[in-house]
Design a protein around this ligand. Structure first.
Ligand code: SDX
Length: 425
């Protein structure tokens, strides 16, 4: 017998079905609520509202669990390539060798962007933020490539084209913003190494690929690859629900990720740590973060779902130590970050609010060690998150219950009134 909940409203009693997921999560199905009771629900920020059922990523915010298609992210970070993780998220299974080889060939064959796209870059102001450029350029891809057909093969072609070209688009914005020669993708380099080479190779100083740096980028992108219905993924699903092309839906996801409360936090963390380093004001930062009247937040701390340590932050923190050690580098901001974490996790305010480091708290230190400029940190997040956005978008296309996203509201404005001619106002 399916479980139900009772709703008593007025002098009527309603029974609403309960939906249960494969990990025991439960939800009240309110899809018929307004039709049967005339009521809607109200949930600003959707903290208590599920938008869909999904079989892609499972998170347990209380236990700090994150799994992609059932595989723990810790295991993927240790054993998988980023390409395998991309394939797993989008196709629902790890690829066997021939599938991976075919995927690699397609990624390589689609890694160039149309030469006419350079004109767009050259006309952005040099000070443009790389996230604004990336969102625009991904949207512009639609103009250079045919509308998405309904053929399954065409979707896979469009998906692979975007997965490959996003690296090239990102590296081009870095090179052109500096007036440097654009470096083309190379057929002999795998996904992560190709991106690093496009970013840092130069005609006067060939880029020496370091396996530890390539590995750090692999882990960084695996950790960022998906995170169920976060803000930017929800943007991709909502925009995609209008049946717009993939590029436009992903462009919306990039725009949402840019926000400092979301993916933009990785850049904001470094800016916060730099400010603490220069002004020696860690105590003041902690006190400001605790002051409800002060809009300042401890960037890289807190999470809508994780009420314990973000499992990705744990891996990222270890990666900071191992990468800096292997590269024989030190970063004063890492010491500040560790001290800030120690102080905050002992503070009653952070304990009572279940505020712990999230993925963005240490990720910037890793990106600094790789040589990524701070204003491109969220671009790196976007490249990592692209497979998750695509997987979620594809799942919504295939979902028989999926429809145009259109939330309701409770109106609190003026009741009916008359137009007053200007001479009588
Ligand atoms: C990402 O959703 C995802 O999965 C996102 C992400 C992904 O992979 O897609 O994990 C990536 O976006 C990580 C989060 C990056 N953002 C930051 O690090 C910015 C700083 N964090 C906060 O702004 C905040 O924690 C949010 C926005 C991330 C989550 O906040 P919520 O769930 O909306 O909770 P809230 O803002 O209502 O805060 C609840 C309480 C408030 O205090 P009270 O009013 O109840 O007294 O906690 C406090 C907040 O003031 N609080 C913080 C805080 N975060 C929450 N106080 C100080 N510093 C913080 N960082």
């Amino acid at each position: 017998m399916a479980e139900t909940v009772k709703l008593i409203y007025g002098n009527k009693e309603y029974e609403l079905p309960v939906v249960e997921g494969s990990e025991g999560e439960k939800a009240i199905d309110i899809s018929q609520l307004r039709a049967t009771t005339g009521l809607i629900t109200l949930d600003p920020g959707y903290a208590n509202t599920g938008s869909c059922t999904s079989s892609i990523t499972f998170m347990d915010g209380e236990k700090g669990i994150l799994r992609y298609r059932g595989i723990p992210v810790e295991e993927l970070a240790e054993k998988a390539t980023f390409k395998e993780t991309v394939y797993l998220l989008i196709n629902g299974k790890l690829p066997h060798r021939e599938e991976l080889t075919r995927f690699s060939v397609l990624l390589n064959d689609n890694s160039l962007v149309h030469e006419d796209m350079r004109a767009f870059y050259e006309n952005f102001p040099r000070s443009s933020h790389p996230m604004g450029i990336l969102s625009s350029m991904v949207n512009a891809l639609r103009s250079f490539y045919p509308e998405l057909q309904n053929l399954d093969e065409e979707i896979n072609m469009t998906v692979t084209r975007l997965l490959s070209k996003i690296r090239t688009l990102a590296a081009m914005s870095y090179k052109i913003s500096r007036g440097h020669k654009v470096v083309y993708p190379r057929p002999d380099l795998a996904y992560c190494a190709n991106f690093l080479n496009m970013m840092f190779d130069s005609p006067v100083r060939p880029y020496a690929l370091d396996n530890d740096v390539v590995n750090a980028l692999r882990v960084f992108w695996i950790l960022h690859a998906d995170h169920e219905q976060n803000c930017s993924t929800s943007a991709v699903r909502l925009v995609g629900s209008a049946r717009v092309n993939l590029y436009a839906a992903i462009s919306a996801g990039i725009a949402a990720l840019w926000g400092p409360l979301h993916g933009g936090a990785n850049q904001a963390v470094i800016e916060m740590l730099n400010d603490i380093a220069q002004n020696k004001n860690m105590g003041q930062a902690i006190e400001r973060a605790k002051d409800r009247k002060d809009p300042f937040r401890l960037m890289g701390f807190g999470h809508r779902v994780y009420k314990t340590y973000d499992p990705r932050a744990r891996i990222m923190k270890k990666m900071c130590d191992s990468l800096l050690d292997k590269l024989d580098l030190t970063d004063p901001l890492l010491d500040i970050a560790k001290e800030l974490e120690m102080v905050a996790l002992k503070d009653d305010y952070f304990i009572e609010h279940n505020l712990y480091p999230n993925v963005d708290f240490y990720s910037g230190i890793v990106l600094r060690a790789i040589g990524i400029p701070t204003n491109m940190f969220t671009v790196l997040f976007a490249i990592g998150r692209l497979p998750g956005w695509i997987a979620q978008w594809k799942e919504s296309l295939d979902d028989p219950n999926w429809k145009l996203g259109r939330p309701r509201q409770i109106y609190t404005g003026p009741t009916q009134s008359k137009f007053i001619p200007i001479d009588d106002r």
